[in-house]
Design a binder for this molecule. Sequence first.
Ligand SMILES: [Zn+2]
Length: 408
Amino acid sequence: MHPVVKPALRRGWRDLNTVQFGMTPAHALTLGPVDTATGSFLELLDGTRGLPLLREEGSRMDVPACQVDALVGRLARAGLVDDARGGGPDADALREKTDVIERLRPDLATLSLTTQEPGGALARLAARRALRVQVRGAGRVGALLASVLSGAGVGEVDVRDVGRVEPWDVAPGGLPAESLGTRRDTAARAAVRRAAPDRPPRHVHSPGSGAGEPGFSLVILAPRDDVAVHAPDPFTAEPLMAAGTPHLYAGVVEGTGVVGPLVLPGESGCARCLHEDRTDRDPAWPRLVAQWRSGRARRVGACDVTLATAVAGLAAAHALTFLDGESPSGAGARWEVSVPGLNWRARPVRPHPGCGCGAARRAAERAEREDSSTDGEPRATMAVQRPSTKRGREPGAARPTGTWRAHV
Ligand SMILES: [Zn+2]
């Protein structure tokens, strides 16, 4: 291990022997008491030295070897230390590609804030390269969203749509003006390629390989049709539900941006759960939906470029959080934002007992388990504290990246 104090967090001394890592309540931690010698020793944790050399240099600075080990261990447990050489073979391969790493440095820095284990950030970034994601819909939201995922290092982003690029599809970061009149899916895939920091590794996917082709880690439904955004059609999602493929909804309908729900089949509320719940609340809902669906599809909706960009950004962020193996905050919720106030709010998408997806049953089982267990052991690390009582980071239940097992 070559420890490096995470460079993403600014360091400051709160007093003579308390050091604060980070500025914001969400990620800042304090460490103390730290004597002057240890304070100077912290400067050596820059990733250029392994532990034996650190112990050697520490002893010259009046920091005994056992104290060096204890300090590094304490910082590592607090999630403040990265390993400049860690992360495993895929991380090593990525580390060799210095130009790609330079492109993704801000993304890597963000990952360092959300991963606890040393070397974990680069491991996650490397894992993104092996992921396959599909975006269905290449309008203002879908094309930009696909490009953002590609720019964030997701190895394969496939885009599906029909028709040709219309003038109103064009948006910064999405479909360019030069693509007018060309096929939407072709133009969106080209945008995805332009956004990629690197060519995907060869083993990811070879087109037309057919049998044995792995499925998508995530499918994002970003329809251009605003009725499909407002009232996601459960029939469209049926193959995804049957295959156990996680999917995320995103789009804009009449000046309202929608992100979610992220559907984990059999675990969290799906499109049919949403439909059933709405019908319970408003008996006229199915009648209205039938009329909206049978009406002529609108070619141009109220989907201004700022709203489309905000929706694409949040949807891509939720997608990446899920793909990186964190507990998805978008599962079981539909985030909505409307002009002109633009305040994001989450509406719950509860598993519906009348839906066959099984999420309601699972939720009931979970509630029963939680009732019977005595959870909540304290996670406090000795002498490492957050400066604020407001906690932003939650431990969450991390999964291996890119994996999802459905319990249908
Ligand atoms: Zn359901």
